[in-house]
Design a protein around this ligand. Sequence first.
Ligand SMILES: [Zn+2]
Ligand SMILES: [Zn+2]
Length: 572
Amino acid sequence: MKKIEKIRHSLAHILAYAVQELYPQTKFGIGPAIENGFYYDFDLPKKIEQEDLPKIERKMKDLIKEGIKFKKKIVSKKEAEEIFKDQPYKLELIREIESENVSIYESGKFVDLCAGPHVRSTKEIDPDAFKLIKIAGAYWKGNEKNPMLTRIYGIAFGTKEELEEYLKIQEEAEKRDHRILGQKLELFLFDEEVGAGLPIWMPKGAILRKIIQDFLFEELKKEGYEWVVTPHIGNLNLWKTSGHWELYRENMYSPIKIDEEEYMLKPMNCPFHVKVYKSKIRSYKDLPIKYAEFGTVYRYERSGTLHGLTRVRGFTQDDAHIWCTPEQLAKEVEKLVKHALKILRMFGFKEYNIYLATRPEKFAGTEKMWKKAMAVLKYVLRKRKLKYQIDPGGGVFYGPKIDIKIKDCLGREWQCTTIQVDFNLPERFDLTYVDKKGKKRRPIMIHRALLGSIERFIGVLLENTGGALPLWLSPDQIWIIPVGSRHKKYANFVNQQLTTHNLRTRIKDENETVSKKIREGEIQKIPYMLVVGDKEMKSKSVRVRERGKGDIGEVKLTRFIERVKMEIERKK
Ligand SMILES: [Zn+2]
Ligand SMILES: [Zn+2]
C-alpha cells in the first residue's frame, strides 16, 4: 500500500476519534481510504451540518499534533464483541468475519475494528494537508433497507501545497461541470420520471451529436468502413452464443419476454455485426472488412455511480468491428491507433495516456490466444514508439485491449478510444473466410470505438472547453442581432447569406435590448454575434462580437463569411 493511502486511511480513524470526543454517543460504521481522501460513516446522536466540519477538523488537527500511535492487537472474536459491545455496526461486522481472531487498532482513546495498515504515528501526517469537505447520507452497507448513516468526507495529500493545488483544480472543475453547462447551453437534460442515467438530447444537443457523427461518418469512409444499423434488443440465444450471458451478465438488464422467448437489451453491438459478416461467404480478398455503427447500448450501472453524461445507463458508441486475416492484424491495429490519435487531435485533445489491458479473471478463449493477441498489441505500441502502461486484468472477457485515455485541460484522464483484439467471437459464431488455397480459415475480429461513448465524449468536450465549443462544433455558430425593428429586413438578408454557406445561425429579433441579447449570447457561449443597424445596412457589413474578445469592429459581410468558413475548415 502506498504511503498516502496509509495516511488517508489513518485519517479516517482520526476523524472517528475526533467525532467520538465531540459526540460521545456516536455509533461507528466503517471508514476507508478513497481516491484523494477518506470517509467515515457515523450514526450520530444529533444531526450535524456542514458548519460543524471546521470544529471536527480542528479537533483532528489537535489529535494529529499529539503524535498518536496506531497499535495493532489480535483478539478473539469473543473479546472483540466485548470491546465493541456498545457498537452495533461493529458487532455486525465481527459476526461476519470467518476467522477465529480479529485485528483491532488502538489510537489514543479510540479503538477500531480494522485490518490496517496505518501510519505508525500521526507524526507522519501533515496536519495542514487534509480537509473535511462534505457530509452526505449513506445507508449502512449501501442497502436502503438499513439505517441511514452520516458520512463525512475528507481529502488528504502528502503536503499542504498538493492539497491547495487539488482544491484549485476542484474549483475550476466545478465551473466546468458538464452537467451545469449542459443545462445552460440547452444541450441535454435528465428527468426523474424518465429514469436515472438516461439523458434526453434537446435540439441543440441533438445538433451537436449530428455534427460529431457526420464528421466521423466522412472520416471512416476514407478508412474503408461501411455502415450498418442493428436492433436495440436481441434474442437471449444470441447472447448465449456470444458468451455475454455467461461472462457479461452483471452489466446487462433482465430479459424482456416477447411471446414465449426472452430478449435482451443490447450491452454491445458485436453479435449483430458478426451476423452481417456471416451473411456471405468471405474470401481473403475481401478482408479486412469494416462495419461501423452509432450503436446505442444499455449497461447496468449502480445508481450511486451514475454521473451526468460520463456515467449513464444508455449510451451511443461510435462502434466498429474489423475482420482480418492473422497476417493483417498488426497492420490493422497500427492503422487504428494512428487514426484514433488523429481524430482525438481534431477535437482538441493532444495529450493522452495509453493503457494495455490484460486478461481479466473471467475470460473466454485459451491462454494461448490471449498471449498471441497481447504480443500483437505490444508490438504495435512499440513500433509506433508510444509509451504505455499495463492495466492488469482490465481486458474485456474476449480479449486484451489498448485504451487511450485523453487528458483534459485540468489534467484529468478520460477513457475514449478502445481497440480490442478478439479470437473468441469468430470461434463462437464459426466465422470463416476462404484463403488463397481455397481452404476455410478463421478471421480475427477487432472491436474498436474511437470516441468511446458519444455521451461521455460530449461531457468531456464540455468540461475541456468550459462550454466554449470550437466553431465547427457549436450548435449555434452565429447570432444576428438587429438594433431596431427597421433592421430586421437586413438581418434576414444576412441570415440568408450565412445559411447558404451552411452556417448555423439564429436571428435574435425578440423585443429586448441589444445588450440583453449579447449577455444571453455570452452565457450560451455563442462564437459570433453580429449586430446590424443603419451603418451596417448601408455598407452591407456586420458589427462582429467574437466570443472571449467582445466587439472586434465592423467587417464586410462577404469578408466575415470567408473568415468563419476558414475557421471551420481549420477546426479551431
Ligand atoms: Zn484502519
Ligand atoms: Zn464489439
